[in-house]
Design a protein around this ligand. Structure first.
Ligand code: NDP
Length: 301
């Protein structure tokens, strides 16, 4: 029987710590972190994700702003809204809920977010910094997985880790973060040949595919740590992950459930990135205010 890693409990604990840190930030320097969440169109799943992010901000005591835009908005107009937010001192984090309508390039839009406010950590600049292990932010979902791995107390260095999925937002940054912790990492995808042979050697198996019951018991090594990133619906419309939980759980050493595993961690990590951005921006704002003052006093002379 596996130990179930309770992502909801870990996420609640991290959010409570952030709420305390936030209170201290307000008391010490009068800074309240601010997060702007842009949603384009009326996708129902996106609306739920955005509302959960706004609720989390309320819980930890951040200022938040939901910006609902029409599905017909042009790319130029959307970029202009982002540039406005880049210039606002009360906004520390900017998040554009994906997916965007087809006529808008996600690459262009995400690239316009000021890297200092890119709390989703999707911009090429911030992703590049993970590659060189010198980063400010980490993308929320893989960062949440790292926190859950930490909960097991298992040393990552030297472990054989297999990540299924190579998306820019989960699989690839996940692999980089594990490499940064000195794990030996294999990344699998839809063209991988003989997947079960590879996964069944994994000490740590992370699935980010998006298919229910994709990871079966024969794909898992006895005692492995199994992390399920997938968010799917089963044949009865019930929320489930990628892992066939009932079959895999007796074989695994640790396992995350869906719901209640990686999902809640993603939002906790967003809150963490937002308070980090607020602290860094506060220092920057003080510095630039100092420069403005200095420039003004020079010109007064
Ligand atoms: P993508 O669709 O972008 O990527 C899926 C990956 O799975 C691709 O790399 C694809 O390979 C691979 N894949 C598909 N079929 C197979 C197969 N038969 N064998 C091996 N690999 C396969 O999805 P995301 O990375 O965005 O998300 C993955 C899952 O995680 C989804 O269920 C999503 O909802 C969930 N998710 C959950 C989050 C959370 O907060 N818990 C946050 C983000 C995502 P290829 O590249 O070759 O196509």
């Amino acid at each position: 029987m596996a130990v179930i890693i309770d992502g909801k409990a870990v996420s609640d604990r991290i959010k409570s710590e952030i709420a305390l840190e936030n209170k201290k930030l307000m008391d010490d320097i009068g800074v309240m972190p601010g997060l702007a969440v842009i949603i384009v169109g009326n996708d129902s799943a996106s609306k739920i994700y955005v509302s959960n992010k706004i609720k989390a901000c309320e819980k930890v005591g951040f200022y938040s702003e939901k910006i609902q835009l029409s599905e017909k908005i042009s790319q130029k107009e959307l970029v202009a809204r982002i540039e406005e937010l880049n210039n606002r001192v009360d906004i520390d984090g900017i998040l554009v809920q994906l997916p965007l309508p087809k006529h808008i390039s996600e690459k262009v839009v995400l690239g316009k977010i000021d890297p200092r406010k890119d709390v989703d950590c999707f911009s090429p600049f911030n992703v590049g910094r993970i590659t060189i292990n010198d980063y400010r932010f980490l993308p929320c979902t893989p960062a949440g997985v790292m926190e859950l791995l930490k909960e097991t107390g298992v040393e990552l260095a030297g472990k054989n880790c297999v990540v299924i999925g190579r998306s820019n937002i989960v699989g690839k940054p996940m692999a980089m973060m594990l490499i940064n912790e000195s794990a030996t990492v294999t990344v699998c995808h839809s063209k991988t040949v003989n997947l079960p042979e590879i996964t069944s050697k994994a000490d740590i198996l992370i699935s980010a595919v998006g298919k229910p019951k994709f990871v079966t018991a024969d794909m898992v090594k006895d005692g492995a740590i199994v992390i399920d990133v997938g968010i799917n619906h089963d044949e009865n419309g019930k929320l489930c992950g990628d892992v066939d939980f009932n079959a895999v759980e007796p074989k695994a050493g640790y396992i995350t459930p869906v719901p209640g595993g990686v999902g809640p961690m993603t939002i906790a990590m967003l809150m963490k990135n937002t308070i980090m951005a607020a602290k860094a921006n506060a220092i920057l704002n003080v510095k630039s205010a100092g420069k403005t003052k200095a420039a003004k006093s020079k010109s007064d002379k």
